[in-house]
Ligand binder design. Sequence first.
Ligand code: TXA
Ligand code: MG
Length: 336
Amino acid sequence: MKPTFANDAAIEQAVDLLRQGRLVAFPTETVYGLGADASNPEAVRRIFLAKGRPADHPLIVHIPSLASLDAWALTIPESAQQLAAQFWPGPLALILKKRADVPLEVTGGQDTVGLRIPNHPVALRLLQVFGGGVAAPSANRFCRISPTQAVHVQEELGDDVDMILDGGACQVGVESTIIDLSGSQPKLLRPGHITRDQVEAILQTKLLVTPEIEQADFMHVRAPGMMAIHYAPITPALLCSPASLLTIIVDLFKQGKKIGLLTCNTELGNESHLGAIIRMPMQANAYAQVLYSSLRELDNLHLDIILVEQPPQTETWRAINDRLAKATSIYSNVIV
Ligand code: TXA
Ligand code: MG
């Protein structure tokens, strides 16, 4: 399916498709989503088929405005109101107790629902004209890298989607921060552009984070974004500390490996050892914006291995480190 430039006529067509229970990929400020009418179980099932995603993994419902929150959430705690007032529209998803009429297909059988108002003009327009909730996971195949451009969706899903709205490259580049407000203590389920500190400052309380979450809940994994292997390129990828990087490059080079490198280091020599090198921005938000497209670019070069230099391990880099750990988790444990 070729992307369609997202003008008013295209958005009208997308809304018609959603009303018919079809799938529409659309841009958000984080990544592209694979959308279906969240009130139509049959349409929602199509998302799982297209992605190859297990049916018990819940989806985020995208809503047009705060006024539609109580069509989905059973109760809206004060904490949700405060976060929504501060960060919506924006890259934050809230997990709340669901209303009885929210299809279990959307929530993976759970009694909670993920909700967010995305901050992208195309997504907002689509939601406003549609007038309901759009369930949308990232528009990639299960466990693969999320798409941040319309053409990535085309590469990922081919004709398994009925329309791809092209709204340019996503500004944020990594998936939304997920805060679970359905229990007695707020939890950070997935780090993102909106940081833990920002959320804690609004709520005036500490968030539970992994591994405390598992300890507190005996929680089985319910957010696929929390699984160890996720967001992964097909090429083996390895996360290396800056100190070990050169040794690893030389070692792999001696073994005759074709190496791709993702690094912030501007002084690194030895480029003759490398099949490809992508120099990443040294500022976290700028790094996040191009992270997935850079991994995708290296993945398309048919290299033997992708080396990723570990960025700083500070709070501002938490979402990036989380995604990098997952993109490289299959191999990092083995080699380093
Ligand atoms: O930035 C984003 O959130 C993007 C764009 C398209 O909005 N969407 C996205 O969707 O990343 P997806 O399905 O790839 O990730 C949604 C995450 C999953 O990890 C899912 O398990 C979690 O949200 N989630 C959704 N509903 C949940 C619930 N009721 N309880 C716990 N986790 C939930
Ligand atoms: Mg995803």
